[in-house]
Design a protein around this ligand. Structure first.
Ligand code: 8GP
Length: 836
């Protein structure tokens, strides 16, 4: 300000924007009164949480609205991230970090005599995803906003997210996730932007006024999609992007015929069926079930989102031809791959475009990310079912396929088998639409999520497509956001790091390498170790409170937390526990490094083996935790209801991160990154991003074991026989025999028979082949832990060298390699008052 000027610029400490402690307190109490309708004497914890959430939300709105305005004015090129899952985790703490007001707000709340942590805990997290794929989408939204990239996340507003898990008698029990029960302060509904989505019925062809052949779709039912918007703040920038989730509603004029005919109950049933579409998230991770409702969900959110994009184009006065210049659409796996067909249909049937032009627009707009190599996760829909729900889309698919197969024939003449493999329609038995093939044909870019994964895609499941379109293939190694998974969840470590190297690392994670300068500083190592110790102590208290199990904070915290799946091999971990236990039973005075084995993760409700693995872990725990011979040296704890909120507690407390999938099965993994970033050492196979993590942190700071992906494959081809390992390895045999005998199941030899038989008579994930290498490697871990100073050095180097795995790096790679989109910084007008 000019000191000679009589005009003084004054920031108005508005109650909805001000960041001063007194303003925050006043705003908080005001929201408690006017939004919750409560005064302190009768307010519940949830009322306080809501009042605080609204106070923070108010502070986001100026940024949110300015961001939308700026994008609109500049007609900014925009990334649309289409995903059936967004596993956001709690918003409150994250927004406080991103707005840079965590400390002020904490102080304001405490000055009001309330417990700030308790209020944060109160938030019911939106669990709108299963695991890695959904959480990745959430990390990417965080990075897009932080990098100031215009972006929209599009998905489904499930009324019930991933179920809550209880453990009863060692078994998983599922409880409905009623996350919206107390209202959701982070969303704003936008009924004025509702769209209609058609389903079923039939098609008719006709000739339009220009004599062109056209098709119209006469649907059986129409459902409304209502958008609900959530602001997505970036870290330390003004950008605030939008996550737009669609909720299904029956139209006002639901089934008028039935209603008028007096068939009230049929009319109501129709209404309920429509609203079922966004009712519940399918709780499968890495598996598809082929249910019609799932296809309805996919088409529903895809159609809503595309119509929304076209509305935005129209509003900004951009011609439809420029769709690919305005939008870059990323398909998060094949769940939204019906986009290829729906965009064609909208362009042709609703906007009168001819095929070639529509196809050009479509294929210049779409890019596809593959997240799994597991054949059981590849989506295919029976033709009959598909045609009933989406008759027009099936016609378009046949036409895409006809033209595509002509191209294949030109490039690979007379290769009939290849044609059969690449066809969008699987004709080997019952006919299916192959969604991965559709996504490959309709996209200009196809990427895997880790270097190894992309290579395996090119030589395996997508080999034919790689040979057809090598230029489409590229790798984008996954990343995780250091804001949520360090600054928010591990403030003690984050603060220590910032004291040493400043806080630039939060946005430029590579700067963590500066920590290497301190690895020889004994004071730094001591502080680093004390922090890990304090966090383990906190988790021990939490475990005591929630499970009544005493764990020793000086033991190795050996953690495997992720979805329960055979390919992830939680049961290999269990075999190791039983091995150590057997050693103690054989020699109670054996010298053993104390360990606490922590497991967390949900099993798909219909996945019998996964549920039995949970029961096995708990049953082993029941025996091991109580056996006096063990003398507390081993503890086994299954942590109930693993979700984002809980994960934030778990990663910082880990000494050892279990990343032990059968090589070639885990596309990337992202938990592996969060653990290492928080200073855990990894025991792992050469699978997914483990390969790259090991490259970065150094082989000497990573516990590697097991077959490689090539070796796994070669062994399968050569004829793998798990019995060879069973009979030739007495320690392994004893482990399996103990489980089979009923030792861990009160003498019931039947309970774990499915697991035992699966291992002995097939062992599809080759646990027995990797068993000895794993146990030996675990022995090295125990030895290393004995030397605390060496361990701490390794741990520091892991943190220092994890910079590559920021989701900011991933997003930059996508921006440069696929989206070709630039940042659009957002300037906030100051609130000024001119005093003449
Ligand atoms: C997961 C992969 O299993 C994991 O390795 C990877 O880190 C993550 O995606 C993010 O890329 N895949 C899935 O979660 C998945 O395919 N889920 C669909 C069946 C829902």
């Amino acid at each position: 300000p000019n000191p000679n000027s009589t005009q003084e610029i004054v920031r108005i400490e508005d109650d909805r924007t001000g960041l001063g402690i007194e303003t925050l307190k006043r705003a908080f109490l005001d929201n408690l009164f006017y939004i919750q309708g409560k005064f302190p004497a009768i307010a519940t914890l949830n009322d306080y949480y809501m009042a605080l959430a609204y106070t923070v939300r108010d502070r986001l709105f100026k940024r949110w609205i300015t961001t939308a305005e700026t994008y609109g004015n500049q007609k900014a090129r925009t990334v649309c991230y289409l995903s059936a899952e967004f596993l956001m985790g709690p918003h409150l703490g994250n927004n406080l970090i991103n707005l840079g007001i965590y400390e002020q707000v904490k102080q304001a709340i405490e000055e009001l005599g309330l417990n700030f942590e308790e209020l944060l805990e109160q938030e019911e997290e939106p669990g709108l995803g299963n695991g890695g794929l959904g959480r990745l989408a959430a990390c990417y939204l965080d990075s897009l906003a932080t990098l100031e990239i215009p972006a929209l996340g599009y998905g489904i507003r499930y009324e019930f997210g991933i179920f809550n898990q209880r453990i009863q008698d060692g078994w998983q029990v599922e409880i409905t996730d009623k996350w919206l029960r107390y209202g959701n302060p982070w969303e704003v509904s936008r009924p004025e932007w509702a769209v209609e989505v058609k389903f079923g019925g039939h098609t008719e062809s006709f000739t339009d006024e220009h004599g062109a052949y056209r098709v119209r779709w006469i649907p059986h039912k129409v459902v409304n999609g209502i958008p609900y918007d959530t602001p997505i703040s970036g870290y330390s920038v003004n950008t605030c992007n939008t996550l737009r989730l669609w909720s299904a509603e029956a139209p006002e004029t639901f089934d008028f015929d039935a209603f008028n005919a007096g068939d009230y109950s049929r009319a109501v049933q129709q209404k309920m069926a429509s609203e079922t579409i966004s009712k519940v998230l399918y709780p499968n991770d890495n598996l598809t079930q082929g249910k019609i409702l799932r296809l309805e969900q996919q088409f529903f959110f895809v159609s809503c989102s595309l119509q929304d994009m076209i509305r935005i184009l129209e509003r900004q006065g951009i011609p439809l031809e420029q769709f690919p210049e305005k939008f870059s659409i990323q398909l998060n796996d094949t769940h939204p791959s019906i986009t290829v067909v729906e965009l064609m249909r909208l362009l042709m049937d609703e906007h009168g475009m001819e095929w070639n032009k529509a196809w050009g627009i479509t294929t210049r707009s779409l890019a596809y990310t593959n997240h799994t190599l597991l054949p059981e996760a590849l989506e295919r829909w029976p033709i009959s079912l598909f045609g009933q729900l989406l008759p027009r889309h099936l016609e378009i698919i046949f036409e895409i396929n006809r033209r595509f197969l002509d191209d294949v024939r030109l490039k690979f003449p007379d290769d009939w088998e290849r044609l059969g493999r690449m066809s969008l329609i699987d004709e080997s038995g019952e006919r299916y639409v192959r969604m991965a093939n559709l996504a490959c044909v309709g996209s200009f870019a196809i990427n895997g999520v880790a270097a190894l994964h992309t290579e395996l895609l090119k030589e395996g499941v997508l080999r034919d497509f790689y040979e057809m379109y090598p230029e489409k293939f590229n790798n984008k190694t996954n990343g995780v956001t250091p804001r949520r998974f360090m600054v928010l969840s591990n403030f003690r470590l984050a603060n220590l790091i910032s004291r040493k190297i400043g806080n630039n690392w939060v946005k430029h994670l590579e700067e963590l390498h500066k920590l290497e300068d301190f690895v020889d500083d004994p004071d730094f190592r001591r502080e680093f170790r004390e922090i890990k110790q304090a966090i383990k102590q906190d988790l021990a208290v939490y475990i005591k409170r929630t499970t009544n199990i005493d764990v020793n904070p000086n033991s190795i915290f050996d953690i495997q937390s992720k979805r329960i799946h055979e390919y992830k091999r939680q049961h290999l971990n269990a075999l190791h526990i039983v091995t150590l236990y057997n050693r103690i039973k054989a020699n109670p005075d054996i010298d053993i490094t104390p360990r606490t084995f922590l497991f967390g993760g949900k099993a798909a409700p219909g996945y019998y083996m996964a549920k039995l693995i949970i029961k096995l872990i708990n049953s082993i725990g029941d025996v091991v935790n109580r056996d006096p011979d063990v003398r507390g040296r081993l503890k086994v704890v299954f942590l109930e209801n693993y979700n984002v909120k809980f994960a934030q507690r778990v990663y910082p407390a880990a000494d050892l991160s279990e990343q032990i999938s059968t090589a070639g099965k885990e596309a990337s993994g992202t938990g592996n990154m969060k653990f290492a970033l928080n200073g855990a050492l990894t025991i792992g196979t050469l699978d997914g991003a483990n390969v790259e993590i090991r490259e970065e942190v150094g082989a000497e700071n990573f516990f590697l074991f097991g077959l490689t992906a090539d070796e796994v494959y070669a062994k399968k081809v050569a004829g793998y026989n798990p019995m060879d390992y069973y009979y030739s390895n007495p320690e392994l045999k004893l482990v399996i025999d103990r489980i089979a005998s009923g030792f861990f199941s009160h003498g019931d030899a039947n309970l774990f028979k499915p697991i035992v038989d699966n291992l002995l008579y097939g062992d599809p994930y080759m646990l027995l082949a990797d068993y000895q290498a794993y146990v030996d490697c675990q022995e090295q871990v125990s030895q290393a832990y004995q030397d605390q100073d060496r361990w701490t050095r390794m741990s520091i180097l892991n943190v220092a060298r994890m910079g590559k795995f920021s989701s900011d790096r991933s997003i930059r790679d996508y921006c440069e390699g696929i989206w070709h989109v630039q940042s659009v910084p957002i300037k906030l007008e100051e609130y000024v008052q001119e005093n003449a």
